[in-house]
Design a protein around this ligand. Structure first.
Ligand code: P53
Length: 494
């Protein structure tokens, strides 16, 4: 069967260091915030843990990856808590076996992230940690041995904890230089092994979710969020510029959490509110990173929350000179925007708004909407006309292992199949879509809830929410299905 996917389409899957590697304190790695973050569930938040200034243990909600702890407290690993990211799925020690399984499916590309604190344990050092550099070199070489192209996220919510604690994290301009030094180090080190890079994973989460948890956050939270984003934009732009100087073949992308927003009713108030949600949640970051300047509506967004930003002339120059080569995004769901408070609400993790009667919802409350992917692709391509990749898409679901070890995840196949058709339709409509990396191709720790039982992907890992299990890998039904999809270049979706 033929398909409309280009013949060199990059089929593959994606993981992130902090959710898969484990080995959190091995070979000189420094901690990141995920290492002081507990497990949670769809209705119980994850917490960051700390010791306060009087020596008492405590915890604060980690919502939006931004867990803020009391003045004078220090992030800490507490004895009576469990931290799922410490183990992940032990990719650190099992990467060879895992990459061989991906190769068996016929992967062309494997998206993974480099843990900044493996390379610079504190984040502000001049010299990198050799053991960290060696690890990723071995991983990339392993990929190439199997003909798999690595696609590398340089930051996946995992700023070194030391920078959070001693510099105040991304609220501090100094982080730009630390990040650029990190970027230049890995670009130089891997310039012959890695061609595709992404600067910041889901950079827009910082502000997009601020008014998505029912009530809107405080002006102070918006001030902090927009300021952090500005420093990340500059860091990203300077990294892009350096990357191109180090290897002009590099393809460097941004990465946006791509939620498709719809107006819940045809009330013009909803339609306008929806447009503004696209601006605030999706376009704000995408515009700066692709066009190299702030969009006109930025002034309105800042004014709404009394935001005043530290932006220098040099920053504006850097933004202009460091635009990305490609636009990439994750896609899991659509959300409905409404000004009508009486509509039935969705109660999921990271999923809010009015319930859409035309959709079904995952067990974690995410609105399953393949056409929303086509809608997003066409809308965003129309705006930027840059090569696009869908770098995350997947279904978190409960998987059952049968007595004979098989896992019949037909619900996952039923999820992927129409999403792939949606991509094909977008390609037929002119979208320059280059690749697709499904999320959690190997099972991993959920970022939002810290659960393992929210299973993703084609490869099952025998481990539970308390870290119990053999960590053995097995192939789900979807494994064989995806292998066929890749072999037929998207032509055989049955
Ligand atoms: P989990 C919120 C909404 C959409 C995507 O999510 C999100 C988030 C933040 O959790 O994150 C991305 O694990 C993220 C991955 C994450 C994946 O989506 O909460 O880039 O790290 O694992 C799925 O089910």
């Amino acid at each position: 069967m033929t398909s409309s996917f280009p013949k060199d389409f990059l089929w593959g899957g994606a993981i992130a260091a902090n959710q898969a590697e484990g080995a959190w304190n091995v070979d000189g790695r420094g901690p990141a915030k995920t290492d002081v973050t507990t497990g949670g569930s769809v209705d119980a938040p994850r917490f960051v843990t700390y010791i306060d200034k009087d020596g008492n243990p405590g915890k604060a909600p980690a919502m939006g990856h931004n867990g803020i702890i009391p003045e004078g407290a220090k992030y800490a690993v507490l004895d009576n808590e469990y931290y799922p990211n410490h183990l992940g799925v032990d990719f650190y020690h099992r990467y060879k076996e895992d990459i061989a399984l991906l190769a068996e499916m016929g992967f062309k590309v494997f998206r993974l992230s480099i843990s900044w604190s493996r390379i610079f344990p504190n984040g502000d050092e001049t010299e990198p940690n050799q053991a960290g550099l060696d690890f990723y070199r071995k991983v990339f070489e392993e990929c190439h041995k199997h003909g798999i192209e690595p696609l590398v996220s340089m930051w996946h919510f995992d700023t070194p904890l030391y920078l959070e604690e001693n510099y105040g994290g991304w609220g501090n301009r100094k982080l730009i230089d630390f990040y650029v030094h990190y970027a230049e180090t890995i670009f130089t080190e891997y310039k012959d092994l890695v061609k595709y890079w992404l600067t910041f994973n889901e950079i827009n989460n910082t502000v997009m979710f601020l008014d998505m948890f029912g009530a809107s956050a405080s002006d102070e939270a918006f001030q902090d969020g927009y300021q952090q984003l500005h420093y990340q934009f500059v860091a990203s732009a300077r990294a892009v510029k350096s990357g191109h100087a180090i290897n002009s073949d590099f393809q460097i992308g941004n990465m946006i959490c791509g939620i498709t927003f719809y107006p819940a009713t045809c009330d013009p108030k909803d339609v306008l509110a929806n447009r503004h949600k696209w601006e605030q949640g999706i376009y704000y970051c995408g515009d700066v990173q692709t066009k190299g300047k702030y969009p006109t509506f930025a002034k309105r967004l800042w004014k709404e929350h009394n935001v005043a930003l530290d932006i220098t002339e040099q920053d504006l120059e850097d933004l202009k000179e460091g635009t990305v080569d490609m636009y990439t995004f994750s896609y899991y769901m659509s959300n409905n925007v409404t000004t009508h408070a009486d509509q039935e609400q969705v109660a999921g993790n990271f999923s809010t708004g009015a319930k859409n009667p035309y959709l079904t919802y995952s067990d974690w409350g995410w609105g399953l909407d393949p056409l929303g992917l086509q809608y997003y692709l066409e809308k965003v391509y129309d705006r930027y006309e840059l090569p696009i990749m869908v770098v995350e898409n997947g279904l978190g679901a409960f998987d059952t292992v049968e007595e004979d070890g098989s896992i019949h995840d037909d619900y996952r196949i039923d999820y992927y199949s129409p999403h792939i058709q949606a991509m094909e339709a977008a390609i037929e409509n002119g979208v320059d879509l280059r690749g697709y990396t499904t999320w959690g191709c190997i099972g991993l720790v959920s970022a939002g809830t810290g659960e393992i039982r929210k299973r993703y992907g084609f490869i099952y890992v025998d481990v539970d929410d308390k870290g119990q299990g053999s960590l053995e890998r097995s192939r789900k039904d979807s494994f064989y299905w995806y292998k066929k999809v890749i072999a037929s270049n998207g032509g055989d979706l049955d």
